[in-house]
Ligand binder design. Sequence first.
Ligand code: DAH
Length: 363
Amino acid sequence: MNLLPRWRVGLVSVLQPLSGDTLMADLASLEARARTELDAANDETALRAWNTKYFGKSGEMVAALRDIGSVPKDQRPAYGQQANRIKETLTTAYETALQKEKERALERSLTSEAHDVTLPGRQPARGRLHVATRIMREICAVFADLGFQIYRSREVEDDLTNFELLNMPPHHPARDMWDTFYTKTPGVILRTHTSPGQIHVMRELCPEPVRVILPGMCYRYEAITTRSEIMFQQVEGLAIGDSITMADLKGTIVAFARRMFGDKREVRIRSSYFPFTEPSIEVDMDCIVCAGKGWCLCKGTGWLEVMGAGMVHPIVLKNGGYDPEKFSGFAFGMGPQRITMLRYGMNDIREFWKNDLRFLRQF
Ligand code: DAH
């Protein structure tokens, strides 16, 4: 007696050609046998074992399908159709049986096992705000107290607003300060700073006075290092009125620094250059870590750089719709990531968007 299933014998049909009828009969008996065994499988383990027997890697049904090549050519279509039909029927029957068995198992456990309805529920995992969101909200709260409104501006900008209207015509060398992500649509870019928001605010509010901050994400096509990321947040500030001076800018910055970092903070101003402000300044704060003694993050200087700022350039005022003869304004821009790093002594900016819970849970 040959113990191998017939379709296995069929594999060597080159030597011993089998008739199409025999093969078809084999298929039919395979189906009948599989059906009977499936009906007899009365728990999940038995069902899964059945599935492996017929549909596993070396399953009988799989073999029957694979062996189609050894069926005499003229009978192949009929054999193929029949084999596929059986495969479909068996698969459906198996899935239905498995589903039914799962329902029965649930029913059994519900009726036979005791349920203690007094057990305490499972604690849901508590989420928390991302440290970047928290600091951003803190900054917004301080400026809100100082009378600034929060203005949301787009992250996808055009070259015109991101550069030109901020007094940087094409080929202006200052554009080199902002390595840009371009999109496939000409002129459409990801904003490299929050400053283009100034234009949107001015055009919306002109000729009213302005006192807003613009928080949000910015993007720069730069190498990612411990100190620079391709995406980061900024907070832009803008105040416009009929007699705004550098003294207002200074007062605002000092008030912010003291609210945010403690009332002993000292602020130092250096002259700088930005195309959209004239004059431009850079603002340093005495080092919160070494309290001005100079031996840490501040690289021994006792001062930490916190923002760029200045008096809004007349051309920018004009681009926003304000007459520079009648209006003046100040603007500033700072990086909350930098501020967070200073505050918590972080040394790797990449932690912000890495989503490592060990890092995030510390805040
Ligand atoms: N946009 C500048 C940057 O990304 C920061 C900045 C500097 C903003 C001076 C200002 C400003 O509004 O007046 O580097």
